[in-house]
Design a protein around this ligand. Sequence first.
Ligand SMILES: CC(C)(COP(=O)(O)OP(=O)(O)OC[C@H]1O[C@@H](n2cnc3c(N)ncnc32)[C@H](O)[C@@H]1OP(=O)(O)O)[C@@H](O)C(=O)NCCC(=O)NCCS
Length: 247
Amino acid sequence: MVNYVHPSATVGENCRIGWFSVTMENVSLGRDVTIGNNVTIYPGTILGNGVTVGDNSVLGKQPRPAKTSTVKIDGELPPLVIGDNTTVGTGAVIYAGTIIGENCLVADLASIREKCTIADCVIIGRGVAVENQVTIGSYTKIQTGAYITAYTIIEDYVFIAPMVTTTNDNYMGRTQERFKYIKGPTIRRGARVGGGSITLPGVTVAQESFIAAGALVTKDTEPGMVYKGLPAKLARVVPPTEMLKTD
Ligand SMILES: CC(C)(COP(=O)(O)OP(=O)(O)OC[C@H]1O[C@@H](n2cnc3c(N)ncnc32)[C@H](O)[C@@H]1OP(=O)(O)O)[C@@H](O)C(=O)NCCC(=O)NCCS
């Protein structure tokens, strides 16, 4: 078998599908889609025009949480949708129930869980883990190895440096009470979060805040300010030359 395309799948003009790839029921591939080798595309997944998918990637997988997982899933989630001209790298895994916009890059080995909404022109870097129910605004860049916890809200033009850790549960899996308080961080427009920093549950990183490398963000920050250290303390203002242009 060179590859398998279910008869109910729709394949647009000029698509190329690599060796040993499986395109399942009701998948829709737009025009000029390129699928690498050994890719699995689960039922109903919709790929827009010009989407490229690297070898060994898995698209539209339904979550199967363990009995002991915090996340509970009732029934099938709606299919994964990927917008025009988005590129998915090699060995990426993207779940059902997620929507990704146009002109995005999901780099090699990245993983995006269910019920995420990712806007246009977003970069999800190599090996980044995006957990369930995360929202990411347009032009945001998330660099190699960052961990984006469930329920995080990231707005437009945010920069998340390599190996950033976000967290959402101060009870670390203990007590029933924790379900009332689980909350991811909110990272506002244009904020920059430095390499290896940690953001605690429910914290808001304000618009254009700058979190220094290695900082521990325990409290909400002020817009346009730099924070450093453990715990992170206000250090100085962000220079005007580094602020997003407003025009
Ligand atoms: C915040 C940052 C820009 C340095 O800021 P700065 O104001 O220029 O700091 P300076 O180098 O002038 O150092 C001022 C003081 O802060 C300390 N300091 C610098 N960076 C620090 C950090 N990240 N955490 C804690 N202390 C820091 C310095 O040791 C120095 O202390 P001292 O006065 O006791 O000697 C830098 O630490 C940083 O976080 N860069 C981001 C790197 C990154 O994550 N990039 C992502 C893409 S790779």
